[in-house]
Write a protein that binds this ligand. Structure first.
Ligand SMILES: Nc1ncnc2c1ncn2[C@@H]1O[C@H](COP(=O)(O)OP(=O)(O)O)[C@@H](O)[C@H]1O
Ligand SMILES: [Mg+2]
Length: 352
């Protein structure tokens, strides 16, 4: 197992920077995710960690060893790719045993370790099966077994669930998480899917355009996003630009539409424009006027099973509101009037 430290890690392709000075430490045994939109540099970082490509500048340490320019076969990392990257002409056994053969592990030990790894991923008994005869989910589990059988210091997973259908994605995700906890291998997991990252990670680095925007636990990233990018990337979010004003000792957020939201007393009053972010599920709809409510009308309604997602127009602004579908208000249809309560104590004030 290893602690992994990136110091000002930078990668350019033809003078174009795609990883721009990333510094972070992944703790020994941690499940760490790199989360961000396509093209933000996640795979490039993973490839530098595996040694498939070298940094333009900056360093990578595994514990106190500088591995920045060490070839892949000297790093003892296990990698799982989105497209499985199994050897199609080999059986399940041969695929999983591959890394052990190149490491010259004796035959009897090889058989034991392959059996152990296949058991871990729930594929015991499929040793002799040719890879093309496996389902996508099974293939990805073979890839996982192949990565962990070498007892890597570091497990690298690059969007390992992207090619699986929704149900299998969740099952395999939970299996990866359980396996990681059981083995305690330091793991770096790359995904563009915020829900996936929130579900499996001890900590997440949210990336955009080669830069780390925020690094924290899933709870903090979801509840206290550092900026607009993180706020809107981590699930649905309402966002307004406006100003804060002190009125009779109360802190008010004012939007140009005339919409005002009363914020908690302890809100830091900054000069200049601010952004107010509010999760759709914190906004309440009611059929009658309550304290601190604003009139709105339903523009759109989408039934999602456990929840209903509304678009409601308030003061000329369209906001998203999510209610439980068993709440009577969830029956409101487009064109109907509702009262909207926007709880200032659930609002997130952002400067950039
Ligand atoms: N070998 C390469 N040569 C040139 N550009 C590359 C190469 N690999 C990746 N890129 C570019 O670097 C950026 C980051 O890519 P990548 O790390 O694959 O992003 P992600 O995995 O987050 O989608 C993208 O703009 C991509 O086109
Ligand atoms: Mg990628």
């Amino acid at each position: 197992m290893a602690q992994v430290t990136l110091n000002q890690l930078t990668k350019h392709f033809d003078d174009t920077p795609v990883v721009k000075g990333i510094s972070l430490t992944v703790e020994d045994g941690e499940f760490f995710s790199l989360l961000g939109p396509s093209g933000c540099g996640k795979t490039t970082i993973l490839r530098m960690l595996a040694g498939f490509t070298f940094p333009t500048s900056g360093t990578i340490f595994f514990d106190d060893q500088d591995v920045s320019y060490i070839p892949p076969n000297k790093r003892n990392t296990g990698m799982v790719f989105q497209n499985y990257a199994l050897f199609p002409h080999m059986t399940v056994f041969e695929n999983v045993a591959f890394g052990l053969r190149t490491r010259k592990v004796p035959k009897a030990e090889r058989a034991d370790r392959v059996a152990g790894a296949l058991k871990l991923v729930g594929l015991s008994g499929l040793e002799a099966r040719p890879v093309p005869l496996l389902s996508g989910g099974q293939q990805q589990r073979v890839a996982l077994a192949r990565a962990v059988v070498i007892e890597p210091n570091l497990l690298l997973l690059d969007e390992p669930l992207s090619n699986l259908d929704a149900k299998l994605r969740e099952e395999t995700r939970d299996q990866i998480r359980d396996l990681q906890k059981q083995l305690g291998i330091t793991t770096i997991y790359v995904t563009h899917d915020q829900e996936e990252a929130l579900a499996v990670s001890d900590r997440i680095a949210v990336m955009d355009d080669g830069i780390c925007q925020q690094l924290d636990t899933p709870d903090v990233i979801y509840r206290q996003p550092a900026n607009r990018f993180v706020a809107t990337f981590m699930g649905k979010m309402n966002l307004w630009e406006g100003t804060l004003a002190d009125e009779d000792g109360q802190c008010l957020f004012r939007h140009e539409s005339g919409l005002t939201i009363l914020l908690p007393q302890n809100t830091t009053m900054d000069e200049g424009p601010v952004f107010l972010a509010m999760r759709p599920q914190t906004i309440k709809l009611s059929p009658d006027v309550l304290g601190n409510t604003t009139a709105g009308s339903v523009i759109d309604r989408q039934f999602k099973g456990a929840t209903v997602e509304f678009v409601v127009e308030v003061a000329g602004e369209r906001i998203t509101v999510v209610t439980h579908s068993d709440d009577p208000i969830a029956g409101k249809q487009p064109g109907e009037e509702v009262w909207v309560q926007m709880p200032g104590d659930q609002a997130i004030v952002l400067k950039d």
